[in-house]
Design a protein around this ligand. Structure first.
Ligand code: DP6
Length: 328
């Protein structure tokens, strides 16, 4: 359907078992399985409209032309879509986020999931979820997970066909799980995840991390199905610490934490000590995600406010990507 405009929306996600380290070759093929929860309310909405063949792509983020690095990343992704579809038309992309960038929620996951769904629609690719997930992975590894709602696992692989995400359970499986995002810094990270993945294997701790993941991932899958916050939280903290140990011991070493990150981890531990169940997880940045139950949300937010005085965002398990087509 040439010149159709297709719009898709997708939510960000937070990983309990982190994806860190990939194979060389630029296909974002992870070296380990990762497991995440799709985050309600943190939505990227992206419209793709096809233009004439050979014309340059146009990419707008939040109403303004994309910065050069983001533009290149988007057009490379569109090249993958065009190759898969056997089409040559240029694309006009307009994307916006419902959440502030730099808030510790990866906009690349929701952004590339929405772009994959919208571009696949515009260029006439099918809507097979596995295929869309593989496609989104080419833009950003974690985006492969954002195609699905609820709780999702991304398979590692050594070939493009092998690595895609699959649902573990829908959002309705654990509706009262909460992720409180503590925004400790809005500064852009110095080393992007895309770059950081390349250094993972230089850490002497990486082999140990890979060896520990199958058992930890099994615990997380079981915890999701059993709605067991204690098991989920303990495994998520262990996995985040293992990933950051790899980051800190890679060459070059990557330090994403700030003193306030440590203070937040300490505050979460102190809450548990007082009988308030909460657990932290941290991506490639200083901001801290705190997992808890809906009934403890107010108490957890109060404790975090008292310890850190930082803005917070609260998310529940969210839905998968959705798209709608509009006539040319
Ligand atoms: C630490 O390569 O998906 O968040 O560079 O933003 O595309 P982008 O990130 P990506 O790596 C994600 C790394 C992580 C862990 C995770 O989400 O699994």
């Amino acid at each position: 359907m040439a010149n159709a405009s297709v719009t898709a929306a997708a939510c960000a996600n937070i990983a309990f078992i982190k994806y860190w380290g990939n194979r060389p070759g630029g296909l974002n093929l992870p070296l380990n399985p990762s497991i995440s929860m799709t985050l309600s309310g943190c939505v990227s909405t992206t419209t793709v409209t096809l233009g004439t063949s050979g014309a340059p792509d146009r990419v707008e983020l939040g109403g303004a032309p994309a910065e050069p690095a983001a533009f290149v990343r988007a057009t490379r992704f569109l090249d993958h879509v065009r190759r898969a579809a056997g089409r040559a038309e240029s694309a006009q992309v307009a994307s916006s986020n419902s959440f502030p960038t730099g808030c510790g929620i990866a906009s690349s996951a929701s952004g590339f999931a929405a772009l994959a769904a919208a571009a696949a629609g515009a260029y006439g690719l099918g809507a097979d979820p596995r295929e869309l997930s593989r496609l989104a992975r080419l833009g950003s590894g974690s985006a492969a997970r954002s195609l699905y709602g609820g709780f999702v696992e991304l398979r590692p692989g050594s070939r493009h066909e092998e690595s895609f995400a699959e649902p573990i359970a829908p959002e309705s499986a654990w509706p009262d799980l909460r992720d409180v995002v503590l925004i400790l810094s809005e500064a852009e990270k110095k080393v992007s995840s895309a770059e950081g993945h390349r250094f993972a294997e230089t850490s002497e701790m990486f082999a140990g991390r890979l060896a520990a993941i199958p058992e930890r991932a099994a615990r997380v899958r079981r915890a999701i199905l059993d709605r067991d916050l204690t098991a989920l939280g303990e495994a998520s903290e262990a996995d985040a610490l293992s990933m950051h140990a790899v980051m800190m011991t890679s060459n070059p070493p990557l330090f994403y934490w700030s003193p306030r990150t440590l203070a937040a981890m300490e505050a979460v531990r102190a809450m548990r000590h007082r009988g308030l169940e909460a657990y932290f997880t941290i991506d490639a940045g200083p901001n801290v995600h705190v997992l808890t139950r809906a009934r403890d949300l107010v108490a957890v937010q109060e404790a975090l406010r008292a310890a850190l005085d930082a803005p917070m965002l609260c998310c529940s398990p969210g839905p998968g990507a959705q798209r709608r087509e509009t006539a040319p």
